[in-house]
Design a protein around this ligand. Structure first.
Ligand code: ADP
Ligand code: MG
Length: 837
């Protein structure tokens, strides 16, 4: 199978439109027979003609119709790859990229040197590679280095219906790249593949594709699937419910594989263990041990290769310095985010594992060896060899049961499934609009996803789908999952795109754009944080740039884009590489991103005893907060000092549930914080290996001067959350007693009674968030010195001196702000003290 296209390359501009060469593929007869059963084979001619005539083509077809495995082969055979330009296929999931490259290589009887994969830090691409499967994040990175993607003759965006943010951004970029390549007579073909027919966002979007691309529908032979709803919806224990349902199916229903949908890796393992115990096969025990070892080994390998890759990456980057603060050197962004997702999945899963363990212990099932069940797990971090197991027929006399996460919904099709058990849940990234914090949560799936899952049962014969929830609950599911981009906070996204050198975000052809107001607000916040650069000199130009969203990223912004937290917190991390503040900032940021560290103790009590107990604990918690906040300098860090103290104290106690309970801390929140600290430490080490940071859960308390630096760091990140105590409150309406004024709200706001600064009433504070109950309350409050404001938050200040003067800087040694300006105002017109050189 040598390269075909000498003749092609010498005959532009039409070489790709009608490839002259047909590359023979030497498939085994069995393989050929299996392929011929796939519905997409009937459409080969139609697809290839469309590709020849149009630069962009959309292919829609049911999961399992053969899109992912066959379309790259069609293109290969038709000569769409050569030594120097290959076929690229993107997948939103790593599992799919690896598994599909292996499958296609096998079908074509080629080695993985020719049909290869590349996922974030791992791959087997060689000089000989002609078809390359990769994650969407990998292609996005390549675009940063080679905007025209000259290495590719065809790019296939697979699973476009998933609408992952990367896929959406890729489509926007590729629409432009295809046009540019056509202009240069180096045409690039783009294929978009979707498992649903819902493609209007691509075809009806004139900004994305001026000429709507043709849509080819692959008719599939789907057998009827009978859907059974539960009468009632189990509240929590859907794993237990899955187990019972599988037992029933296995004991009472005719042959046919079972596919179970759960939400995470740990859940999957726990259910596999339980099922293997209940229905042992001859080989299930050793198999299980090996599997778990493998998965741990896989994780270790993955982490190791990642660290190595990151070190190499980070070493090459320059050190920068900004405004008297040593900012960490800029790294490269999106791969970290992708990595983080799996780690998060992993950790969240192990949390759930605890719950599962209990219910397992309560059951006491009798093993039944007369009914062997061939139980296999399937999730994204499972070693590739183990993933491949699900495609093999089960041993004689056993029934196949695959316990999977969402990966089996559309990315992978498992043969021989007749029964689907759907817990109805999925683990999804959730963004908190208030804090901008992202976390993984288990939520209901959409109706479209539930139907996809059910469809897995009707591939080879009529099947059954058991939904572990009622039809009423199903009726309340949203119809389609909204594109991820509309669920994300955009300041984060804009920062990522700017880091990819996409400057005019407003012109970017998003398949589904976020609202303009949201985009502009994001641009303004990022400018204020110093992540984007706006010309200071010309207000008119600045306004224009902001409305066009065309401000370029700064070095600080590049660094911030590498941290997996909201930009406000990323700024804090970026500024903390000095005076040994990093471990503290990491702990505070981790604690701030976990909502509600403290248990709700104000709840109504059911009995006298409970009331007394609650009162006692409230008093103790208040006492502990005062202890953690300390006195003098430390108290000035306020509630953020409490967070730091709580995290430290909890770790000293070994993070035990007892300690948490006694001190009113939520145990799960504390575990979450520990996990986040680990993750942020990894992220910092990735951009700055010289920092050599290692996570010591126990921290020495910060010194007095460190506390002062921490206050500045917090103020720099929370600059738009500054509040000032009202002056001359005696002259005002009584409702302003003890009140604060913020630039964003007309109403008075107050320090929350749970804050350690409630009675202190400092003049200037920053707050983490405002919650509205009987009044507007600030939570997460820390004090700010008035003279810091012009230096730390210059973008919020108005200076009455000429604008070209250097930015004011705070001099820690003298405690003075160095500035030429005579007077300074915070943006609502609060006068600040006169400052001089
Ligand atoms: P689509 O992308 O349209 O969802 P695929 O191309 O992934 O469909 O799958 C087509 C067929 O190939 C399915 O029947 C699936 O079971 C089979 N298949 C995919 N991977 C493997 C594998 N590793 N081993 C055996 N069969 C496989
Ligand atoms: Mg597919």
């Amino acid at each position: 199978t040598s390269a075909p296209s000498e003749s092609l390359a010498s005959a532009p501009p039409l070489p790709l439109a009608k490839p002259a060469v047909f590359i023979p593929v030497n498939r085994s007869p069995e393989m050929q027979e299996e392929r011929l059963k796939l519905p997409i084979l009937a459409e080969e001619q139609v697809i290839m003609e469309a590709v020849a005539e149009h630069p962009i083509v959309i292919v829609c077809g049911e999961t399992g119709s053969g899109k992912t495995t066959q379309v790259p082969q069609f293109l290969y055979e038709a000569g769409y790859s050569s030594e120097d330009s290959i076929i690229g296929v993107t997948e939103p999931r790593r599992v799919a990229a690896v598994a599909m490259s292996q499958r296609v290589a096998k079908e074509m009887n080629l080695s993985q040197r020719v049909v290869s994969y590349q996922i974030r830090y791992e791959g087997n691409v060689t000089e000989e590679t002609r078809i390359k499967f990769m994650t969407d994040g990998v292609l996005l990175k390549e675009i940063q280095k080679d905007f025209l993607l000259l290495k590719y003759k065809v790019v296939i965006i697979d699973e476009a219906h998933e609408r992952s943010v990367y896929t959406d951004i890729l489509l926007g970029l590729l629409s432009r790249i295809v046009a540019l390549r056509t202009k240069r007579h180096l045409p690039l073909k783009l294929l978009i593949m979707s498992a649903t027919l819902r493609v209007e966002d691509f075809t009806q979007n004139k900004r994305l594709f001026t000429t709507p691309p043709p849509v080819i529908k692959v008719e599939s032979r789907q057998f009827p699937v009978t859907v059974h709803f539960n009468k009632r919806t189990p509240l929590d224990d859907y794993s237990g419910e899955c187990f019972r349902k599988i037992c029933k199916i296995h004991r009472m229903l005719p042959a046919g594989g079972i596919l179970v949908f759960l939400t995470g890796q740990a859940e999957v393992h726990a259910l596999c263990r339980r099922l293997r115990k209940a229905f042992p096969t001859r080989c299930s025990q050793p198999q299980e041990k090996e599997e778990e070892k493998d998965s741990a080994e896989g994780m270790r390998r993955f982490k190791k290769s990642r660290t190595r890759a990151k070190k190499a990456q980070a070493m090459a980057l320059p050190q920068i310095n900004l405004d008297n603060y040593s900012v960490l050197p800029a790294g490269e962004g999106d791969e970290d985010r992708e990595a983080e997702m799996d780690d998060e999945e992993e950790a969240l899963g192990s949390d759930l594992d605890l719950d599962l363990g209990d219910s397992e212990a309560n059951e006491g099932e009798q093993p039944d060896a007369s009914l062997p069940l061939h139980v296999l797990p399937l999730y994204s971090l499972l070693a590739p060899e183990k993933q491949a197991q699900v495609f093999k027929p089960p041993p004689e006399g056993t029934r196949l049961c695959v316990v999977a996460t969402n990966v089996a919904e559309t990315s992978l099709t498992i043969p021989g499934i007749k029964y689907v058990v759907d817990c109805g849940k999925v683990k999804k990234r959730y963004y908190d609009r208030v804090t901008g914090v992202s976390s993984f949560r288990v939520t209901w799936v959409s109706q479209a996803s539930a139907d996809q899952r059910a469809g897995r049962a009707g591939r080879t014969e009529p099947g059954h789908c058991y939904r572990l929830y009622s039809s009423a609950v199903f009726g309340d599911f949203e119809q389609f999952p909204p594109p991820e981009i509309t669920r994300r906070p955009v300041e984060d996204l804009i920062l990522q795109m700017k880091a990819l050198n996409i400057e005019k975000v407003i012109n970017f052809p998003f398949p589904t754009p976020p609202s303009v107001e949201a985009l502009i607000a994001a641009e303004e916040l990022l400018i204020a944080l110093g992540a984007l650069q706006a010309p200071r000199k010309d207000e008119r130009l600045k306004t224009l740039q902001i409305s066009q969203l065309s401000c370029p990223i700064t070095a600080l912004g590049q660094t911030m884009s590498t941290f997996p937290v909201a930009p406000r917190y990323a700024k804090m991390l970026a500024l903390s590489q000095q005076h040994g503040c990093l471990p503290y900032t990491i702990a505070i940021v981790a604690a701030m991103t976990v909502r509600e560290l403290f248990e709700e103790l104000d709840r109504p009590a059911a009995s006298e005893e409970e009331l007394a107990e609650l009162k006692g604990r409230r008093a103790r918690v208040a006492q502990m907060k005062r202890t953690w906040a300390g006195q003098g300098a430390s108290l000035k860090l306020g509630d953020l000092m409490v967070l730091l103290g709580a995290v430290g104290a909890c770790e000293y106690s070994g993070c035990s549930p007892q300690f948490c309970h006694a001190n009113g801390l939520r145990y799960k929140a504390m575990l979450e914080i520990r996990r986040l600290r680990g993750q942020l430490t990894t992220a910092v080490n990735a951009v700055c290996p010289e920092a050599g940071l290692f996570l010591d859960p126990k921290m020495q308390p910060p010194t007095e001067s460190q506390v002062t630096y921490l206050r500045q760091i917090m103020a720099a990140g929370l600059g738009d959350h500054l509040a000032r105590r009202v002056q001359n409150e005696d002259l005002l309406d009584p409702k302003w007693k003890n009140a604060y004024k913020t630039p964003l709200l007309d109403d008075p706001v107050f320090i929350h009674p749970s804050s350690v600064l409630f009675r202190e009433l400092p003049e200037f504070v920053v707050y983490q968030e405002i919650v509205e109950t009987t009044k507007m309350y600030m939570k997460g409050v820390s004090t700010v010195e008035i003279q810091w404001i012009p230096s730390l938050l210059p973008s919020y200040c108005q200076f009455d001196a000429p604008l070209e003067e250097p930015a004011p800087t705070y001099c820690p040694e003298s405690g003075r702000v160095l500035c030429h300006r005579a007077s300074v105002f915070y943006r609502v017109g609060w006068p600040l003290p006169a400052v001089q050189v």
